[in-house]
Unconditional design. Structure first.
Length: 510
């Protein structure tokens, strides 16, 4: 398995294993945890100036959302400049725009410097409104962009066969193959002397005056600094209460005609659809994404693909669905990512999370911010994205809202569990959480009748997991931990799996 889901993403063929080298009795300058775009970019940058770095990955490089992204590189964000001005002020919104440009430049210069063959291309983007409400939104977006000096130009035609009322062109965005990119960057990191250890789960840490000890599945790792580039940090952190996990769906289609869009595209529905073209193995494909929802909040995640496919078929001349996959991202309470010192740390442990749908940009930017914080102790964007900005009252409304949902969901789960009386109600290919002799279990019956019985309580913060039929996983609605049908952990913040019933209790359904 090379990704945190049962479906194959269109990038996955590029995932490769790196050789693990012995780590005993060494002191590293920086231990970077997580081999997605954030971890690889950060490790590369720090290693390049001669620091002794180690990159620890629970599975393989590209296993997380970076292997399930759609890899648009944008410097306009899910949080619009208008929203940023109103929440953080004009100067900070300008800083945000500058940060986006810097991130795209970093990717371009990494690609150029190491001749990374990752299909990097600058592209224009079309942002379009399909009804009057969206027109109002679009005008607001343009107004905000104008105020921060960010270029958006109204246009009469778009590159997509979708009726629209108003649209803008945004120049100098980009796209690339995310796994070819991080594979190339990992190779450059190793060439510069960096060490990669895969299949290494970081379970906890101890921060001391002189450094950090990471407790891992392969033993202790000692470093002067540690970076959690794990998309969401392990353990319990205030950041888990100021970000919420979401799923998004992507499909790569071949078209009957050759009208593949040459630009990146976005409408303004909530959730919005996003589009772009990429060539895989000599074949052009249209990638469409959307149908986002909070993790664990769709009864039938498979239907999200059907909705997305139907919507695309109603506009594009679709031939075949070549790939369909989903993945997870994290929504921050105030709309901005958290990049910097981990809130519970005295200064030696860093984190990067809360990227919304802009992690290619913010993951890359994290490498520059964390590099500066480790080397110089300061960075121009550090204050804006400071993970310690969330005081007990900041983001409180969203925090309460997230938790209110969690509480009511918990009750709803209990009720539905009451209705399920025995394992016998599960048909082949189905999964349910059932109550059995006072405990609750997550049960999945394979097509051949093989039952997989797990305790349904997420080890992270004790919430009840939900079935995700699209990716054959048990997903925690609270903080986004995910597990496969055998209880093995796919996605943090949990660092251990769902408890599996004794082998003798696992069995075949009659
Ligand atoms: C469908 C979809 C489409 C998207 N499209 C775009 C897009 O077009 N443009 C864009 O900018 N953003 C997009 N995003 C968001 C973006 O893909 C993510 O924000 C980004 O990939 C996150 O990268 P990361 O390196 O921080 O995390 P990840 O890629 O998730 O990497 C984290 C890694 O850490 C490892 N890990 C976790 N816990 C531990 C542990 N305890 N010990 C060791 N290792 C651990 C994981 O195995 C994983 O490999 C999209 C998201 C989704 C869901």
């Amino acid at each position: 398995m090379f990704r945190d889901g049962a479906r194959k993403s269109m990038w996955q063929a590029e995932a490769k294993r790196f050789e693990n080298l012995p780590t005993q009795d060494q002191l590293f300058d920086v231990a970077i945890v997580g081999g997605g775009i954030t971890g690889v970019s950060t490790a590369y940058r720090l290693q390049l100036i001669g620091l002794k770095c180690i990159l620890l990955e629970a599975n393989n490089i590209g296993f997380g959302t970076t292997g399930g992204t759609t890899a648009h590189l944008n410097d306009f964000f899910d949080t619009t400049y208008k929203e940023a001005i109103s929440k953080f002020g004009l100067e900070n919104a300008k800083l945000l725009a500058q940060a986006g440009k810097e991130a795209i430049n970093i990717v371009h210069s990494n690609v150029f410097r190491h001749a990374i063959n990752c299909d990097f291309e600058y592209k224009n983007a079309h942002l379009f409104a399909v009804d009057d409400d969206q027109v109002k939104q679009l005008d607001d977006i343009v107004d905000g962009a104008n105020q921060v000096g960010y270029e958006m130009n109204y246009i009469d035609q778009i590159d997509f066969p979708i009726p629209f009322k108003k649209a803008v062109l945004i120049p100098k965005q980009a796209q690339f193959h995310p796994l070819k990119y991080i594979k190339g960057l990992t190779e450059a990191y190793i060439q510069a002397g960096g060490m990669v250890v895969e299949n290494c789960m970081v379970e906890s840490h101890v921060e001391e005056h002189a450094g950090v000890v990471l407790k891992t599945s392969l033993g202790d790792i000692n470093a002067k600094h540690a970076v959690y580039a794990t998309h969401t940090p392990p353990g319990i952190s205030i950041l888990h209460f100021t970000t919420a996990p979401y799923r998004s769906y992507a499909i790569a289609f071949s078209l009957k005609n050759e009208n593949y869009p040459n630009t990146l595209g976005y409408d303004l529905y909530d959730p919005y659809h996003y589009y772009r073209t990429h060539e895989i193995d000599g074949k052009q494909l249209l990638i469409a994404g959307g149908e986002d929802h909070k993790t664990g909040h769709s009864e039938d995640t498979g239907s999200c693909f059907a909705e997305l496919e139907n919507y695309c078929r109603s506009h594009f001349d679709v031939d075949t669905v070549e790939y369909a996959w989903s993945s997870q991202y994290f929504e921050p309470a105030d709309g901005l990512p958290s990049i910097g010192v981990l809130p519970s740390s005295d200064g030696r442990i860093f984190v990067a999370t809360g990227f919304r749908g802009n992690g290619m940009t913010f993951g890359t930017l994290s490498s520059a911010i964390i590099y500066d914080l480790i080397i110089d102790g300061e960075n121009p964007y550090a204050k804006l994205f400071n993970p310690k900005r969330f005081k007990p009252t900041a983001g409180f409304t969203s925090f309460v809202k997230e938790n209110a949902t969690v509480v009511s969901d918990f009750i709803k789960d209990k009720i539905s569990i009451e209705r399920i009386q025995s394992l016998a109600e599960i048909n082949e290919g189905e999964a349910k959480v059932v109550k059995y002799e006072g405990d609750s279990y997550a049960i999945y019956a394979e097509q051949n009748g093989q039952l997989h019985v797990l305790k349904s309580t997420c080890p992270h913060a004790k919430c009840e997991v939900r079935w995700n039929n699209a990716e054959l996983s048990w997903d925690c609605p609270c903080h986004g931990s995910r597990f496969n049908i055998n209880g093995r952990i796919l996605t943090g913040p949990a660092t251990s799996g769902l408890e599996k019933l004794n082998e003798e209790l696992q069995g075949k359904k009659n």
